[in-house]
Design a protein around this ligand. Sequence first.
Ligand SMILES: Nc1ncnc2c1ncn2[C@@H]1O[C@H](COP(=O)(O)OP(=O)(O)O)[C@@H](O)[C@H]1O
Ligand SMILES: [Mg+2]
Length: 398
Amino acid sequence: MTGPITVFIANSQLAERERLRKQLADCPDIQVVGEAPNDRECIEAVLRQRPQVVLIQEELPVSGGLQVAQQLSERAGEVSVILVLVNPAGEEMWHKMLRDGIREFITRSTPADLVAEEIRRVAKLQRPHTAAAIADDGKPKNQIITVAAPRGGTGKTVIATNLAVALASRHENVALLDLNLVGGDVAVLLDLIPQRTLGDLMPTFVGIDDDVMDSVMVKHACGLRVVPAPLNGMYDSSLMSRPLVQNILRFLRMRCNYTVVDTGYPSLESTLAAMDASDIILVVVGNDLPRLRDGKQYLRNLIAANYPKERIRLIANRTGVTKEIPTKEIESILKFPVTAMLPNDDELVGMSVNLGQPFVLSSPNKSLSKILANLADSLSVAADANQKKRKSVFTLFA
Ligand SMILES: Nc1ncnc2c1ncn2[C@@H]1O[C@H](COP(=O)(O)OP(=O)(O)O)[C@@H](O)[C@H]1O
Ligand SMILES: [Mg+2]
């Protein structure tokens, strides 16, 4: 049995801090471990003490509760924040909170028993993630594989979808997350008509727990569990914030043996958050000189941002379209080993996309299918999961 849930109170008013303390004093499973009257003292103390839950006043001086919550989510991601609002949150406030990684709020008039209930709920959401994702040897158990590219139209979605299907035909519990808030087409490629999508995780203000994730996952006939992107392009990409993606992936890592992530533009926060959380990053490059040049710059940026080389796998897509550039030459241009060369096959891919039938299932003997199946096999071997510290990649791609 673990000890009580540790709670920190950040509020500029002494009377308010005492009121909250008193409200929680009767709960043996909750322990208030510290208080702070302003942002600076709050951040310092929380980074030092690492409580499970922080109650932050919305108007906390100097910078405000949202700002503090955002800093905490970047610097102490495992700490959950409950914002204490003056009034119940309007929709705009929900969006702001969600962007800053805040799961829950209470208002000053929330009764004591409900405050304690919220704290328990938030702490419960948080705990299993870290515990379950780590195996006995200290390495993360389950794999997250993100498919990224220096530009759109390179083949990320075709590759992510077929790879995920190939993995799902080899393993239990495989998920595919479509992070393309605008124009996500994973569901179309799999001929799925989702009732709910990633978009539903954003405007509704709820913590990400089993029920919420289950409600947006749709199962393909091959067993693959898909978290689809919104079907209409009405969502602002900035809503898919780093903390939200981190939360979703923490959940998927806990539940799924393999999670494949299809990403949008390379500079989006959501793309970077997925790459940060990944054991393997598949970088897809096109096979002509301008695209190889993009690829070279992109790889250079990744290495400069301290993404470990051993986590990156380079995939050259649509080879053989015009004059074939041989693997050796691609490797010497990119200064990086090529893991797979995927041939261009307009007929196979075109038909697969239009019928919503992944080609690894419908045409397993085609060369493209075989290479992706081999890739799925090679990725099935547990990857090196050393978590090396990386500096922020934001500046490099901004
Ligand atoms: N190996 C391939 N052979 C033929 N067409 C391909 C291949 N890979 C991708 N395509 C086509 O290229 C286009 C872009 O692919 P897509 O996966 O949507 O790229 P991205 O997700 O990177 O924007 C699509 O029309 C797709 O059908
Ligand atoms: Mg795509």
